[in-house]
Write a protein that binds this ligand. Structure first.
Ligand code: NAD
Length: 495
């Protein structure tokens, strides 16, 4: 659909009346240069929620021009002022939790309780980087030969392009935007096409807080688009851009890394996962099942840290699988805004088709469906929580990131065999392990190839800790002390 007016399109009635649906460039909301829009759907009903301005190449370049101009001012703003801006954004996001959560559920489908938890998690990153903004330490010392003194300063890298996925529409932008602003960078955000509304709401909160403090509103620019490459190509080719931070699939990340190479850009890449969930014979099975449901079913299995392969030692395999089957059978599938729902829809029809295909392939190759194994009847993009037993390492449900509510169970004998299975993937984002043996835990820390390890926990992420992966799961870290380093360059001064 195209709109001829120059003002941005408006959101539907289910959304906050003041929800912006345009492009944010230089502190102003406006329509796309072409006047075009694209539709955002509610995955629980498939209805159109809103029409959003569809940015093109020139809009992207306008956003970079605004970001570049604002950067010159923002880099000189006192760290304390940057910190207090972020603190006020944290408070505004927290105060509007229910409103933001409703938008996340409307466009992404997850149950409202999960959306509220995502808002709290995202706000925590904003608060953490508000605290980090005033703790950017450098170095001063005499050179070892005594010939001069050395200062090491830390300077913002410059305007950054932030590209985010649809599965955590506020958390993924918070993990990038907060450290970028804390470090003194300006940004152009390209939100996921499927969930641009939450980003718009958050961007408006940041814009309003900047304006209220008479700070440069052009530090945050947002260009939703139906064609991601229409935004990323011209920006990655423009020498004013100094940084790319991407969260999404490994395939797209690898392609963006190649494009970023021409501009010798700093890059951060948070990519796909294929997390092993190891349950050893000595595990507390109640805790393991509870952790398994949390690690698998959050956002209907559509998380990069979702447990993708349940590797269970033979002594407890049958009991664990039976209890997991029972726990999955108790989950309540439905629209995210319906009270009692614990599992929402998948994001789109193609996601349901893909999950159906990989489960079918496993079934055909001899796996047993213990529960689920089918899409649900009626409207919306739903798939039932599924446990597959008798799975073998070559099945697609194991080799691929499933991104759906499916738990494949594989059995192993020795600890060595379990570790080998866990590492048998090109990915290395997170691993989970349930065991009561501290010696084994220490061996796992040495032998598991992943950026993160959850021990007797189904959730690991925390704003104060470095989040990120190894191998095909990415480069760089978000959160913790490391998160802000992604947006600064050291400058050595000899004097
Ligand atoms: P995706 O790679 O399809 O899209 C991610 C973003 O990149 C979106 O904004 C999309 O519009 C954009 N994009 C797509 N094609 C592009 C192109 N050719 N050029 C430039 N930009 C392009 O991923 P998705 O489906 O939105 O998200 C799911 C993936 O993200 C999964 O693989 C998941 O594991 C990963 N993910 C990783 C993390 C992490 O922190 N490691 C977190 C969340 C999601």
């Amino acid at each position: 659909m195209t709109a001829s007016s120059s003002s941005p399109p408006t959101a539907g009635s289910a959304l906050p009346a003041d929800l912006p649906t345009g492009l944010l460039i230089g502190g102003e909301w406006r329509a796309a240069g072409s006047g075009g829009t694209f539709a955002v759907h509610d995955p629980a009903t498939t209805d159109v929620l809103a029409e959003v301005s569809d940015a093109g190449e020139q809009d992207a370049l306008d956003a970079l021009t605004a970001a570049d101009a604002a950067f010159r001012e923002w880099r000189t703003v006192a760290p304390r002022d940057r910190s207090e801006l972020l603190r006020s954004v944290f408070e505004a996001i927290t105060a509007r939790t229910d409103e933001i959560a409703a938008v996340i559920t409307a466009e992404g489908g997850k149950p409202l309780a999960e959306s509220r938890a995502e808002v709290a998690y995202a706000a925590d990153y904003v608060r953490w980087f508000a605290e980090q903004a005033v703790r950017m330490e450098g170095l001063a010392r005499r050179a070892p030969a005594g010939t001069h003194h050395q200062l090491v300063l830390r300077k913002p890298v410059g305007p950054a392009l932030l590209i985010t996925p649809w599965n955590f529409p506020i958390a993924m932008i918070a993990r990038k935007l907060a450290p970028a602003l804390a470090a003194g960078c300006s940004v152009v955000v390209k939100p996921a096409q499927l969930t641009p509304l939450t980003t718009a709401l958050v961007a408006e909160i940041v814009r309003a807080e900047l304006a209220a403090r008479h700070l440069p509103t052009g530090v945050v620019n947002v260009v939703p688009s139906s064609s991601a490459s229409r935004i990323s190509r011209p920006l990655l080719a423009d020498p004013r851009l100094r940084k790319l931070s991407f969260t999404g699939s490994t395939e797209v990340g690898a392609s963006l890394l190649k494009q970023a190479a021409d501009g010798i850009l700093r890059t951060s890449m948070e990519l796909g996962g294929n997390a092993p969930f190891l349950v050893f014979d000595d595990a507390d099975l109640d805790a393991a099942v509870e952790g398994a449901v949390a690690a698998k079913m959050r956002n209907s299995g559509q998380t990069c840290v979702a447990a993708n392969r349940f590797l269970v030692q033979e002594g407890v395999a049958e009991e664990f699988t039976a209890r997991l089957t029972e726990a999955f059978g108790r989950l309540v599938v439905g629209p995210g805004d319906r009270p009692g729902t614990t599992v929402g829809p998948l994001i789109q029809q193609s996601a349901v088709d893909r999950v159906t295909e990989v489960v079918q392939q496993a079934d055909d190759a001899g796996a047993q469906v213990r529960v689920g194994g089918v899409r649900s009847e009626g409207r919306g993009w739903f798939y039932l929580p599924t446990v597959l037993d008798g799975v073998t390492p070559d099945m697609r449900v194991v080799t691929e990131e499933v991104f759906g509510p499916v738990a494949p169970v594989l059995r192993f004998g020795s600890e060595d065999e379990g570790v080998d299975l866990a590492n048998a993937t090109p990915f290395g984002l997170v691993a989970y392990a349930y065991t009561r043996d501290v010696g084994r835990v220490m061996r796992l820390t040495e032998r598991i190839d992943a950026g993160m390890l959850g021990v007797n926990r189904g959730m690991v992420s925390d704003a104060s800790a470095p989040f990120g992966g190894v191998k095909h799961s990415g480069l760089g870290r978000e959160g913790g002390e490391a998160g802000i380093e992604e947006y600064v360059d050291p400058m050595y001064v000899a004097l």
